[in-house]
Write a protein that binds this ligand. Structure first.
Ligand code: ZN
Length: 267
């Protein structure tokens, strides 16, 4: 579970220490254009200089302070490197909220969200659109709940079928929204999957399920494990490439505009 990091600027302490640094109000937040980005200070006695790091998963800027550097020096350093922070942030994909008119790739196919305030029912998929009944303020939650339900149905069935092929039993399938993994397998035989997989093409879902089911036999990624995966699904390489290329994109959905996405892996 690695957090995304980017190469960051750093400076010798003496560079900033010479200047007088004013104590500013609200010292924990960096204002950048319209955004307010939290500054998190971390002391590191091994550090020789102040280092800036973007914590993509938390959406904040970490200021690593060597033993003798003060927070004011750290803040000053962050302020003088606003351009670097702005550039790194601009590289992050922006969130796509569940809102009327927005598109989401249900099973890999673009589907537009349509608000149907007067319709009966909750959420249904029809003619390439996802229709959501009820009040607007419930729309985002309803779309997410619906994706979780679809994931439970689709993934549970796949997992039980694949497990039966190798004479194993799935104890339980859980649907979650982990930050850094698509799925996981516990010793107890319990499998967990991200509902975001419902935004990927079917061959990708099939691969991720096969991968976790294969862990019911082999709790490692050795040659035997991959042989079992190959028995359970067809497009292993294609699916892994797809996830590497598009995985981060799936984390944009259901998040507010400008919220950073995260890079997950498969366990
Ligand atoms: Zn694995």
């Amino acid at each position: 579970m690695a957090r995304a990091r980017t190469r960051s600027p750093s400076t010798r302490r003496s560079g900033t220490a010479k200047r007088r640094v004013k104590r500013l109000a609200g010292a924990q937040v960096l204002t950048l254009d319209a955004r307010r980005i939290p500054l998190i200070y971390k002391k590191n006695n091994q550090a020789h200089r102040i280092i800036l790091r973007l914590d993509m998963s938390a959406g904040n800027v970490v200021v690593v302070l060597p033993r003798r550097a003060s927070r004011e020096q750290g803040r000053h350093f962050a302020l003088t490197n606003k351009a670097w922070i702005r550039e790194r942030l601009s590289l992050l994909p922006e969130g796509i909220p569940f809102a009327p008119g927005k598109q989401l790739p249900f099973l890999g196919q673009p589907h537009r969200i349509r608000h149907r305030p007067k319709a009966r029912g909750v959420v249904w998929c029809e003619d390439g659109e996802i229709h959501v009944a009820g009040r607007l303020e419930h729309l985002a939650r309803r779309v997410e709940d619906w994706l979780k339900l679809e994931a439970r149905r689709e993934i549970s069935e796949l997992a039980h079928d694949k497990a039966a092929l190798i004479g194993k039993k799935v104890r339980r399938v859980r649907i979650r929204d982990p930050k850094t993994r698509w799925a996981s397998c516990a010793d107890s035989g319990e499998l967990a999957f991200s509902w975001r997989l419902m935004l990927a093409p079917k061959f990708v879902i099939d691969y991720v399920v096969a991968h976790e089911v294969a862990h019911l036999c082999e709790m490692n990624h050795g040659a035997r494990f991959w042989r079992i995966v190959a028995e359970l699904t067809r497009d292993v390489k294609k699916a892994r490439n797809w996830l590497a290329e598009n995985g981060l994109d799936l984390h944009r959905y259901g998040r507010g505009d400008g919220e950073p996405a995260l890079r997950p892996t498969i366990a």
